[in-house]
Design a binder for this molecule. Structure first.
Ligand SMILES: [Zn+2]
Length: 287
């Protein structure tokens, strides 16, 4: 009798355990294809190939399940944290803070630390500033400042060069006008009835330049990123537009991006494609 009730109890426990397990597992259909994946809410795992190969899993992301790294308090920032500190200081145009982080970065013995620092300075030159001359200078200096034995003062000089030019959103550079047209352009893009193809966006930009329509031009700059029209292709097309319009500064800006890509292809993908700011500057120059 006792044995039977024990067996029954164990069976109920197993059943409850299965129900509990089922409740903690989400079945999710693949975003492309017919596969189904199991997501464990508790363990924050997915059985899709991406997750199993250690890559970023889009299913956990879509469900808002994030695997948090444990916080380990340390007295000093890591190399990546110091690099991030330098980038934030440049974006805020704080020269002294950016040099502080540069000095901190100089103490690390990580592989390619000098190269990574110089690469981030190169990207920063095109991230928030409008000055074509500054971008050209930093592209010219890159080969020198990315060398292991480059003097820290050479890198600091580039930081000063970038920080001394105001951000695009600063009132003195007409940032409010830029933001206004960008927001209206974003709405125009949402209401666009035509197909979001690169050909359509290219035609739209051609018309915007002729009509001197900043809003439409900014809508196109945002639209390019929605139709798999890569950074280099954008730069080439905008160079074509700048030549057609015989706009010298716009041609120089397009060339800065293309030359960075030509001279340092391995490192400049982000310089050309990830920083949308420059192509927006370019279309604004043209309109
Ligand atoms: Zn997954």
């Amino acid at each position: 009798m006792l044995d039977r009730s024990l067996q029954l109890g164990a069976a109920i426990d197993r059943e409850n355990g299965k129900i509990l397990q089922d409740r903690r597992t989400i079945r999710l259909k693949a975003f492309q294809g017919d596969e189904w994946y199991n997501i464990s809410v508790e363990a924050k795992t997915c059985d899709c190939p991406d997750f199993l190969n250690g890559a970023c899993c889009e299913h956990l992301n879509a469900l808002g399940i994030h695997r948090l790294k444990p916080f380990i308090p340390k007295t000093h920032p890591t190399f990546s944290q110091a690099l991030s500190g330098m980038v934030k200081s440049i974006r805020l145009r704080r020269v002294e803070d950016s040099v502080y982080w540069l000095v901190s970065l100089d103490t690390f013995q990580e592989a390619q630390s000098r190269f990574r620092t110089a690469r981030r300075i190169l990207i920063a030159s095109a991230e928030d500033g409008h000055s074509v001359a500054v971008m050209e200078k930093v592209v010219d200096s890159f080969k020198k400042i990315s060398k292991v034995d480059a003097g820290i003062e050479q890198l600091a000089a580039e930081l000063v060069r970038i920080c001394k030019v105001p951000n695009w959103w600063h009132a003195s550079t007409g940032g409010h006008d830029y933001i206004y047209h960008g927001m209206v352009g974003e709405r125009q893009l949402l209401q666009l009835r035509t197909e979001r193809s690169s050909e359509n966006f290219k035609n739209m930009l051609g018309r915007a330049i002729v009509e001197q329509d900043k809003t439409k031009a900014l809508a196109v700059a945002m639209g390019f990123s929605q139709c798999r029209f890569g950074g280099t292709k954008q730069a080439e097309f905008l160079l074509e537009c700048a030549k057609k319009a015989d706009h010298k500064e716009a041609q120089r800006l397009a060339m800065v991006h293309l030359s960075a890509k030509r001279h340092y292809p391995a490192i400049t993908t982000s310089f050309v494609s990830q920083h949308g700011c420059w192509q927006v500057e370019l279309v604004l120059l043209l309109t």
